[in-house]
Design a protein around this ligand. Structure first.
Ligand code: SF4
Length: 477
């Protein structure tokens, strides 16, 4: 016998005496409540000051900020999708107090009003976390990652290609002038003064072509040369104007994307087929403590080493002083960065290149590695595997890419010509020389002791769990 079927009633048209409070629909420990609570505590005066007043009422920046933060927490970045959520999603409705700003209001707020203010808001949030005891901003774990821009993959502009093309134009101009000289020589006439082709610009090239045309006027010249001059007059000044514009966008970089001028092409981690990937990216540097991000900076250079000081200068701007302790991986261990940390009293648990390699048995037992040569401090000399003294012969200066001056001491073995170990020791001619950067070696010695200490091992482990566990999404341009 078939039993009675009962369905739950749908009473949406039923009026209620006491209207439902939308807040009852948001669970007590819902993330939106945390967003609401935190942003309520933030001082938004600097942001409010920018409102001119008068006219119609504006959406409060607190409301808009809550909407944005909660949307980003949920990976919603499109202003139109946020607008839709404000009409359809009960959490957004509660958070916004039933306000429904449209997509252009949201975009104006984040693109214009929040510009240059977001970092200060971020700082306030971190300081709130410090107050609550979640974060210790004096002890950092720092790392960097490349975040892919939302730019077209094939939209690259290369600085090197521009330099090569300019060089080609320079060479062709010189060839054309050579032709002028040949013509004058043949006709035994006095040659016109040679234009200066060392620095080329649209105006200079235009003037040079006019000069060449002038010099060859009334001369019997080859058809090919005539064609080349016509081509040059039509194209080269325009090309050079284009190159100048591109160079202005490039700045110090070697590349940028045509669809996102701020993004630089960087080598990112290999894909699953081990193919190297070159993508339009930003280099994001970030420091954490207790897995909370406490500082972030965005850079256009792909190398982490160069970003270290800028990143920590920004930290000082935010919190008034440098951190006391910083732990990083080997990407930051340069002489310049060690000097910077020392000068600013940052205790640096910063690895250097070869830190892990030099711990290996193979490395330690390789008698031909200069790192394993005993040093005699009294005589200022090293001892090579054959027992010869390697004496100090010269001091040299060199400069890093950033222009940082390094002092290098050169040591040379007395006589390698008859040495039976020569084949295994080195490949060059003459006696073996080694180059020692004493300041860097001093820093490496300090760093090695720190990193291998009990505290160092603990911090290195914590670094992997702390800063490396942060995840990032692709950002829009
Ligand atoms: S080749 Fe020269 S530096 Fe090397 S072990 Fe022989 S003597 Fe020493």
């Amino acid at each position: 016998m078939k039993r009675d079927i009962s369905f739950k009633s749908n009473s949406r048209d039923q009026l209620s005496i006491i209207p439902q409070n939308i807040s009852d629909l948001i669970p007590f420990n819902h993330p939106s409540r945390i967003v609401d609570k935190v942003i309520n505590k933030i001082n938004l005066e600097p942001l409010i000051k920018d409102y001119k007043g008068g006219g119609t009422s504006s959406y409060h920046p607190k409301t808009l900020l809550k909407i944005l933060v909660y949307a980003y927490l949920n990976n919603i970045y499109s202003s139109r999708k946020i607008e839709t959520a404000l009409h359809e999603n009960v959490t957004f409705m509660w958070l916004s107090g039933m306000n429904k700003p449209d997509h252009s209001t949201i975009n104006n707020f984040r693109g214009k009003r929040l510009k240059n203010k977001l970092k200060d808001i971020f700082t306030q949030v971190v300081l709130l976390l410090v107050e609550e005891g979640y974060v210790n901003i004096k002890e950092l774990y720092t790392d960097g990652t490349k975040i892919e821009s939302n730019a077209n993959k094939y939209s690259f502009v290369w600085g090197k290609a521009i330099a090569t093309n300019k060089e080609k134009i320079k060479t062709q101009l010189s060839e054309l002038w050579q032709y002028v000289e040949e013509v004058y020589k043949k006709e035994q006439e006095e040659q016109p003064p040679k234009p200066d082709f060392t620095e080329i610009s649209a105006a200079k090239v235009e003037a040079a072509i006019v000069n060449i045309n002038e010099a060859l006027k009334d001369k019997d010249i080859k058809k090919k040369v005539k064609q080349k001059l016509n081509y040059a007059a039509r194209n080269w000044p325009l090309k050079l104007e284009e190159y100048a514009e591109k160079e202005a966008v490039l700045g110090d970089r070697n590349s940028y994307s045509k669809t996102d001028h701020d993004a630089t092409f960087m080598r990112t981690k290999d894909d699953h087929m081990h193919n190297a990937q070159l993508k339009a990216c930003y280099n994001i540097q970030y420091s954490t403590n207790n897995r909370f991000c406490v500082n972030y900076t965005v850079h256009q250079t792909p190398t982490d080493t160069i970003t270290y000081q800028l990143h920590h200068d920004e930290y000082k701007r935010m919190y008034g002083d440098y951190p006391e302790i910083d732990t990083t991986d080997a990407g930051y261990g340069s002489e310049e960065n060690y000097d910077y940390a020392e000068k600013n009293k940052i205790e640096a648990f910063v690895k250097y290149n070869y830190f892990h390699k030099e711990q290996s048995k193979k490395f330690k037992e390789d008698a031909f590695k200069k790192e394993n040569f005993p040093y005699n401090i009294n005589q200022d000399c090293y001892c090579c595997p054959m027992g010869q003294k390697m004496r100090h012969i010269q001091e040299k200066e060199s400069y890093t890419k950033t222009g940082y001056k390094q002092k290098l001491s050169i040591y040379e073995a007395e006589n390698c010509s008859q040495c039976p170990l020569r084949g295994s020791c080195f490949k060059g001619k003459g006696n073996r020389q080694i180059q020692i950067n004493k300041n860097l070696e001093r820093h490496k010695h300090i760093a090695r002791n720190k990193l291998l200490s009990e505290e160092g091992i603990k911090r290195r482990k914590q670094r992997a769990a702390d800063v490396e566990s942060l995840e990032f999404d692709t950002i829009s341009s």
